[in-house]
Design a protein around this ligand. Structure first.
Ligand code: GLN
Length: 489
């Protein structure tokens, strides 16, 4: 078996027992990337020389000693470019490590490469990257989802052992579903956001994309916890997420929200989820129908709150401090205007305009304030549901991977890709997507994701339920054949 195809835990075991060296692992990944990434375009860049040097110095006795982890282009790694797949940050190099990177380094891991994404994490297909889209390894004519599409695609295509992504409305879970890997969005505040370029600060979380549930648990344990540099990080003990993985789910109550099985849900996705639910029942779980009555308002409220926060967060990109600066300017306002006009892509500008409008005087109450009220109702829906159930089961995405270009002309259609994921961000709870089937679409086999939602700080439960499913099924072992990717590379 090739080293690039291994999980993090398998690699770590080989490294610890000195059966392979960190350098061999990194070399294997670099060769893999050089062979296929021109067809996938999951990486924006990587510094192979630097990674090899860090591999030579790695201490394999540490928990992740010598294990390379790929990083979404929105998370700061000292000395690496951090461009958020935007032209406006062209040439910007991060001067410090994000807290998650500091923690991963302390565990011996090697931050490796910059994973492609939708510009500033706004999107659901990675087509909003200023540097061209990532292609889904299961069918390179399709999107990997987004915004962490690069992270998901490189894990699925064995170009990374694992990756970090960020999730504001679904950006870890939805691409994980569309690429057939595991993606975990932690509870808001569980993981420090220090060093994550902010999109919507009250919704953003960093989390892992991995090949199996155990790897997600390992990385979660290392990156979680309170951080003085992020005042929204939660001061709660971090459990050993790997310790309870094998506990099983006998006697647990799992809820099926009736609002998530509605029109617009692809029949093959629905079938796969219903089969997974039956499997949970056979493992000893009690399945009950629940209601999350305000689900239908989540999308509209999200698309007020997220752009409102984005419009404020992105004000700092003015051509003075970072990256791109327009030529031929005549004064300060012209400087701001031209730099932002040329530096930001269409979707980012759409969000800034929407957000500025929603926050402007006279409209604030009608839009932003109302959206915040809806947010409270959504949070209460989940609180009531979790009084009855241990976790919630539902689809991650209403469809499997869609074609590149299919939704770029219709923002609303694109926004609907996150209809099942964004409520968790609004409520601040945690959720995971795991592979649970393959759809047959026009001759392609495309992964389907099962979403498991848990209450705030209950990542341990979500991982345990996910692991019970994974250990008794084989979907997580399915790999893309990469037929057309290898040909195209
Ligand atoms: N697709 C959603 C959006 O465009 C969510 C993005 C994300 O989670 N970063 O806002």
């Amino acid at each position: 078996m090739e080293l690039f195809s291994l999980t993090v835990h398998a690699t770590r075991d080989l490294l610890r027992t000195k059966q392979v060296s960190p350098k061999e692992v990194t070399e294997s990944l670099i060769r893999r990337i050089e062979r296929i990434d021109s067809a996938i375009h999951g990486y924006l860049s990587f510094d192979g020389e630097r990674a090899l040097k860090e591999a030579e110095e790695a201490d394999v006795s540490l928990p992740l000693g010598g294990v390379p982890i790929a990083i979404k282009d929105v998370i700061s790694v000292q000395g690496h470019p951090c461009g958020c797949a935007s032209k406006i940050l062209q040439g910007y190099v991060a001067p410090y490590d994000a807290s998650v990177i500091r923690k991963l380094r302390a565990a011996g891991a090697i931050p490796f490469g910059r994973a492609n994404m939708d510009e500033f994490a706004m999107g659901s297909s990675t087509e909003n990257s200023a540097f061209g889209p990532t292609h889904n390894p299961w069918d390179i004519e399709r999107t990997p989802g987004g915004s962490s599409g690069g992270s998901a695609a490189i894990v699925a295509a064995d170009e990374a052992l694992a990756a970090l992504g960020s999730d504001t409305g679904g950006s870890i879970r939805q691409p994980a579903a569309l690429c057939g890997c595991v993606g975990l969005k932690p509870t808001y505040g569980r993981v420090s956001r220090y060093g994550l370029v902010a999109f919507a600060s009250s919704l953003d979380q960093i989390g892992p994309l991995t090949k199996d549930v155990e790897d997600a648990a390992i990385i979660m344990k290392l990156i979680s916890g309170v951080d003085r540099a992020d005042s929204t990080s939660l001061d709660a003990p971090v459990p050993d997420y790997t310790a309870n993985l094998e506990k099983g789910i006998k006697g647990l109550t799992l809820g099926l929200p009736k609002e998530y099985f509605v029109e617009g849900l692809d029949p093959q996705v629905e079938q796969a989820i219903r089969t997974a639910v039956a499997h949970f029942e056979s493992l000893g779980a009690n399945i009950v129908e629940i209601s999350l009555p305000h689900t239908e308002y989540a999308l509209s409220a999200y698309y007020i709150i997220a752009p409102a926060e984005a419009s404020a967060n992105l004000a700092r990109f003015d051509g003075v401090r970072y990256g791109y600066r327009a030529d031929g300017i005549t004064g300060l306002l012209d400087h701001y205007g031209k730099t932002r006009e040329e530096g930001f892509g269409q979707e980012v500008k759409r969000r800034i305009i929407l957000g500025t409008y929603a926050l402007s005087s006279g409209y604030y109450d009608a839009y932003y304030l109302n959206a915040q009220k809806v947010r409270t109702l959504i949070r209460r829906d989940f609180e009531e549901a979790f009084a009855e159930v241990d976790a919630i089961l539902c689809p991650t995405s209403p469809t499997s991977a869609f074609k590149l270009g299919e939704r770029t002309g219709d923002p609303l259609k694109m926004y609907l890709a996150d209809i099942f994921t964004l409520a968790a961000n609004m409520a601040g709870i945690c959720g995971i997507s795991i592979p649970c089937g393959l759809a047959n679409v026009e001759g392609s086999k495309l992964p389907i994701g099962l979403q498991i939602l848990g209450k705030a700080l209950d990542e341990g439960m979500v991982l345990r339920v996910a692991n019970a499913y994974e250990k008794s099924t084989k979907w997580h072992l399915a790999r893309p054949e990469l037929g057309n990717a290898e040909k195209a590379a």
